[in-house]
Design a protein around this ligand. Structure first.
Ligand SMILES: [Cu+2]
Length: 313
């Protein structure tokens, strides 16, 4: 029996019940930048996969399969204040050395932190730096963890023709000055309390409106099913509305499977929410997905981004 299982593990990727051990690396930096629509540059923090890589918004994507054991090696090379990693919805075990006992310290400049967990539930998660929340998240210290389902779900997902990741984010450039990003740890909590949040820039990944290019923009054939991962790494509410001609199935919200597949076309994401949805259309379509950025409790959006949708024969 064991031989057959081993053979299946070898022949069918994803069959193994025991999962793999993965050790992804996250490099934390505080000297990245993002070019804004007027050509100016704004300073950001971020998470890269390796030392010589500039982090994007979102930072490096970590991928795993249900049942895998992960030990994230977080290396802080930011020179400034300490940082830390949290994953929304997952309890992490943290060590300062690979096999040391659990620690609760933040990770200082040039230190490593090792965060281990078992990926028990398939879904899309947001990981981020909780230090001085929400300052470091606004600065850009966030990324996506994807836990892919085991084999039985994979069969169900077999008809998916492509996968997209849309990470909504707003930016108030007043939070991105050197005096704020380099402030001493002791001053920060008082400073964060006094900061007002009036974002001037609104992004899907790190792009605006129609600037979203392949592979993130939506183009598909009639009848094709596209899996979209949506994450809110901003501080506002994101209301995402698909054209009514499109069929939407919500698979998971914050990695919890949703069984009620009601006909919905609008999703509301609070900060740090993440959804996995399946989208398809039986007809050709040339439209857009509306991405509205709102203050919670207010009806009128502060800004609406439009992601082009093209469905052809
Ligand atoms: Cu941080």
């Amino acid at each position: 029996m064991r031989g057959i299982l081993c053979l299946l593990c070898f022949l069918v990727p994803g069959f193994c019940a025991h999962g793999q051990i993965k050790r992804p690396m996250i490099v934390g930096r505080n000297s990245s930048s993002l070019t804004l629509s007027d050509g100016s540059q704004v300073r950001t923090f971020g998470f890269a996969a390796k030392l010589n890589e500039l982090p994007g918004l979102p930072g490096t994507t970590i991928e795993a399969r249900e049942g895998d054991s992960l030990e994230i090696d977080f290396w802080n090379v930011s020179q400034g204040n300490p940082h830390d990693i949290w994953i929304q919805g997952i309890q992490l075990q943290k060590r300062n050395e690979p096999h040391e006992i659990y620690t609760d310290d933040n990770i200082h400049h040039m230190e490593h932190g090792y965060y281990s967990f078992t990926a028990n539930h398939a879904g899309t998660y947001i990981y981020y730096c909780p230090v001085n929340y929400p300052l470091d998240v606004q600065a850009g210290m966030f990324g996506i963890l994807i836990v892919r389902p085991k084999l039985e779900y994979e069969i169900y997902h077999k008809h998916i023709s492509k996968e997209l990741l849309w990470c909504g984010f707003e930016m108030d450039t007043a939070w991105h000055t050197d005096s704020i990003l380099d402030a001493e740890q002791e001053q920060i909590s008082k400073m964060v309390e006094q900061l007002k949040y009036h974002p001037q820039y609104f992004f899907i990944n790190d792009k605006r409106n129609g600037q979203l290019t392949s592979p993130a923009r939506f183009s598909a054939k009639v009848g094709e099913t596209v899996l979209i991962r949506l994450g809110n790494t901003g501080l506002m509410q994101h209301v995402v509305t698909f054209p009514k001609e499109m069929k939407l199935t919500v698979l998971t919200k914050n990695a919890v499977p949703l069984s009620a597949h009601d006909a919905v076309n609008t999703l509301i994401l609070k900060p740090l929410d993440a959804y996995e949805i399946l989208v398809s259309s039986d007809n050709v379509l040339n439209g857009f997905v509306s991405y509205a950025f709102k203050n919670e409790g207010q009806d009128t959006p502060i800004q609406i981004q439009k992601i082009p949708v093209l469905i052809t024969q």
